[in-house]
Design a binder for this molecule. Structure first.
Ligand code: FAD
Length: 369
């Protein structure tokens, strides 16, 4: 029996990030979470550690994590970990956490992360805040976040400036409000974080060279695993890479008059701008476009250089996925559509007329150069 006690808060130290890999390749979410974890570890004055599980040879990928801020990476290698398996991963992660006791543990809210995190939290008898979009430890930083992102009377509240709990913020009640959740009585404080939300720091060669790798003894037996992965079939369809895109041209229900034409126009505009096509949930629900294009609270979070919204009203759940874009260009025939409130440039008009005009103008501009 382990003598692990999740309520013994003083026994826990350091910020950890679960680093997901597929076929030995680290996921972009790892770099986002390591970058954010670095800030949190600095605020606490502790180490930032990655936790990497995989088949033999996975250690080779670990150093890269130091380039984004990890001081140390715990590496768990076993042939039984080469392909993701809930039982195996949950067992190994819980073993390592029970042994080394991190105070905060971040996991990407990917399909794997969403499967793994609740199982680990339940086993470790701690809390989990799922699908976070913002994390803070330092109270002053958190107050600043509230000042910028909420309508709360921040100065009229009393704050415990010494509070060291991880403040985990996520959309709640269908995205109509943001809730900040803390886990004050148990450790580790666990959070899944939406992919694409946290900014990745610039890669630092020197940091990568300095990373300490520590191999962890994996105690895994066939009897720990109740599911066999027989075969992995990858979707033949190429998914759109919204999260990494520099330019996103998104369509909304405004294309309803002729959805195919609307999507073709968005694709053409995306092509001339060097971008990809996104969509509101209304278009996905209507089956006009596949779900991998969906931007928003239940879709992807993007922050491209340019976001063009064609016939999108600007519902709060859509804004949750794109409002941090550098430049937002909204086209809507309704001058009072809420999307205009967050738009850098707004064009009131019919997208079926405005989009071709934009395409033509951009082409002419390119030709003139
Ligand atoms: P509408 O709100 O119907 O807006 C269409 C807009 O097009 C209107 O503003 C109209 O003026 C304009 N228009 C019409 N014709 C034209 C034209 N010819 N030219 C120009 N403009 C035109 N939504 C998301 O997008 N992403 C999410 O992840 C998401 N998650 C959700 C999660 C929950 C729990 C809930 C409850 C809802 C969620 N939604 C999400 C749905 C969201 O609330 C809105 O219903 C949705 O975003 C509306 O999509 P839309 O703007 O395309 O459609």
């Amino acid at each position: 029996m382990s003598n692990f006690n999740s309520a013994d808060i003083a026994a826990f130290k350091d910020v950890w990030v679960f680093c997901e890999q597929r076929e030995g390749k680290l996921m972009p979410t790892d770099f986002e979470l390591i970058s954010k974890g670095r800030d949190l570890a600095n605020e606490l004055g502790v180490n930032l550690c990655g936790l990497l599980l995989g088949g033999e040879g996975i250690e080779a990928a670990a150093k890269e994590l130091g380039g984004y801020g990890a001081d140390k990476v715990y590496v768990c290698e076993s042939p039984m970990l080469s392909v993701y398996n809930t039982d195996a991963y949950a067992k190994v992660i819980c073993d390592v956490i029970e042994d080394l006791k991190p105070e905060a543990f971040l996991i990407g809210a990917t399909n794997i992360g969403r499967d793994l995190a609740p199982r680990c939290a339940a086993r470790l008898h701690t809390g989990l805040c799922a699908d976070c979009t913002h994390l803070d430890i330092d109270v002053a930083n958190y107050i600043q976040f509230l000042r910028e992102a909420s309508t709360l009377d921040v100065d009229g509240q009393k704050w415990d400036m010494e509070d060291r709990n991880l403040k985990m913020t996520r959309p709640a009640f269908g995205g109509h409000l943001m809730a900040t959740i803390i886990c004050p009585r148990f450790r580790p404080q666990m959070s899944t974080v939406r992919p694409g939300v946290m900014q990745t720091q610039a890669f630092d060669e020197a940091g990568a060279a300095k990373t300490v790798l520590e191999k962890v003894d994996v105690k895994l037996d066939k009897s720990d695993i109740h599911v066999d992965v027989v075969k992995i079939e990858k979707a033949a369809k190429k998914m759109v890479d919204l999260i990494g895109a520099d330019v996103v041209v998104a369509v909304g229900r405004g294309i309803s008059k002729d959805p195919q034409k609307g999507i073709a126009l968005a694709q053409e505009l995306a092509d001339v701008l060097g971008g990809v096509v996104g969509a509101s949930r209304a278009c996905v629900d209507a089956d006009w476009i596949s779900v991998d294009h969906q931007v928003g609270q239940t879709g992807k979070t993007v922050h491209p250089r340019i976001y063009v919204a064609l016939g999108i009203s600007g519902a709060i759940q859509h804004l949750a996925g794109m409002q941090d874009s550098e430049c937002i260009i909204a086209v809507n025939k309704n001058a009072s559509a809420p999307i205009f409130e967050c738009a850098t440039y707004g064009i009131t008009g019919d997208l079926f007329k405005v989009a071709p005009a934009l395409i033509e103008a951009i082409r002419a501009n390119k030709a003139a150069k």
